[in-house]
Unconditional design. Structure first.
Length: 88
């Protein structure tokens, strides 16, 4: 298969997976309810996304760079919200 088609497929996957994550970030921001969020999961997810971003740069894959740049920011926001809004 042509590499351009593979990259288009990558962009479609990137848009869908990134968009699927955004409602959770928005809901958490609006409600400030972080009780359902697991800090270990958030940290592991964040580190994994950062590694995917590094890998995307290494592979020179625009779709991976695009998706993982946005998801790195939004997952960091959830970590921040968890720290900020957690009832202690």
């Amino acid at each position: 298969m042509n590499s351009n088609y593979i990259e288009i497929l990558g962009f479609i996957a990137a848009i869908l997976t990134t968009a699927a994550f955004l409602p959770q970030v928005y809901k958490t921001w609006k409600t400030k309810d972080v009780s359902g969020l697991s800090m270990p999961m958030l940290i592991i997810f964040f580190v994994g996304i950062v590694f995917w971003l590094i890998y995307g740069f290494y592979k020179e894959s625009p779709s991976m760079i695009f998706a993982n740049s946005i998801t790195t920011i939004t997952s960091f926001m959830l970590v921040y919200f968890k720290f900020k809004y957690e009832k202690r």
